[in-house]
Design a protein around this ligand. Sequence first.
Ligand SMILES: Nc1ncnc2c1ncn2[C@@H]1O[C@H](COP(=O)(O)OP(=O)(O)OP(=O)(O)O)[C@@H](O)[C@H]1O
Ligand SMILES: [Mg+2]
Length: 470
Amino acid sequence: MPNTTSTRVLVVDDDPRQRSILVEMVGSLGFTALPAADGAEAMELHTDSPADVIISDLIMPRMDGFELLRNLETRGYRTPTIVLTGFGSIEKAISVVHDLKAFWFLEKPVQPGILRALIERAAAQNRLVEETEVLNRQLSFHGVLGDLVGGSHPMRQVFLEIQQVAPTSASVLITGESGTGKELVARALHRLSPRVSGPFVPINCAALTETLIESELFGHEKGAFTGALERHIGCFEQANNGTVFLDEIGEMPIGTQSKLLRVLEDRKVRRLGGKIDLPVEVRVVAATNQNPEDAIREKHLREDLYYRLNVFHIHLPPLRERKEDIPAISEAILATLNKKHGCRVAGLQAAALERMQAYSWPGNVRELRNVLERAAIMAGEGMIQPKHMAMDPMMTVAEAAPVAAEPESGESLSVRPGASLEEIEEAYINRILRQTNNNKTKAAEILGISVRTLHNRLGQLTRGKANAAG
Ligand SMILES: Nc1ncnc2c1ncn2[C@@H]1O[C@H](COP(=O)(O)OP(=O)(O)OP(=O)(O)O)[C@@H](O)[C@H]1O
Ligand SMILES: [Mg+2]
């Protein structure tokens, strides 16, 4: 028999008579009842000292039951809430349970037997949620959160931020250099949210034409444009009740950004060529490896969209600023690589680890993974030695100091004999971009060209490669 007296039940009803009947009934069933006259008062009491279960009427002045449910969600409370409904309004009750994630509904007049069963089940769910949260906190304390590994101070901070914001429906902007784990953070946010049973839909906003990306985001009707042979359901519709992950948001065409902003404001999408607006209930997580302020200044990112997306900001520091994470991350990656390639690598020799610590990791954890993958295949078993590791010998820490404003004079660039001029140019541009943390304004300054020219040149080089490949 669960200890019912410790179960605190917040009873929210504006009708004093109805409220005192409920308070008395809850008390007589052995629970502790806490009365509140409307959603606003309930929110105050709950913030002060959270109840285990909430029972709330729907129609109330100031803050009604719908608003209360929305408020609880955005503030990250997962307290099970039972809503009171008038006789015969089952449809409305179901929609509250479905859309606003109420625990269940209770028809008036309330029957004590049903009330007891519901409170007990709700309290049991609440205990489970709390236990999971405690476990998650312990895991993150031990340096693991989802697939993310890292016990360094900055990574612990990131874990804490993920846990704080995941249960809410607030939009999140993740920044960090390429390969720092932005996508893993986005997935962890989804996995630790109440939307976990809903879809996680990632979309890369770069490398697509304006029409294609809009069709990917919002969908299209048959015949909306040349080539639209069938109706297509876009990411926002697909991600309903889940999370959409807008990757490389700074690369999205500026025209598309204003359409996206409208969708985020109205919470409705219209397919290309469509006539109706469809409501969507989606949590938005966006990522960029650019500095958002630079992107706004360079007119790659709309400022109003940035503010919409950046309700909560998570920044992933580059690996060179958290080298103490290298051993634990390597261990986790090696475990997955052993499985993937059927090898039996036991770990890293001290000398190999030393080399890793001395390296600057311009490609961050992705590069670490690549180096380890090659090393694991080469070693096959036993310990990884320095000779198994292929890293860019140019990029030792001393040389690739983070965010060098200007390259050291006399610094050399290694050139493969027979390399084309384009290859050398690209290698040099990439080198400067790495040195400036992908800051295109600074890179252009060092290269002595305008930011626009740099963008054009990068586009030409990428297209040149794509043409050569295709
Ligand atoms: N903290 C971490 N622990 C374990 N693996 C990690 C961690 N961070 C990143 N990785 C691994 O590194 C690789 C790159 O991560 P991810 O794709 O999330 O980076 P990203 O920031 O999205 O990069 P990009 O900007 O290039 O898209 C993946 O294989 C991922 O599993
Ligand atoms: Mg990514």
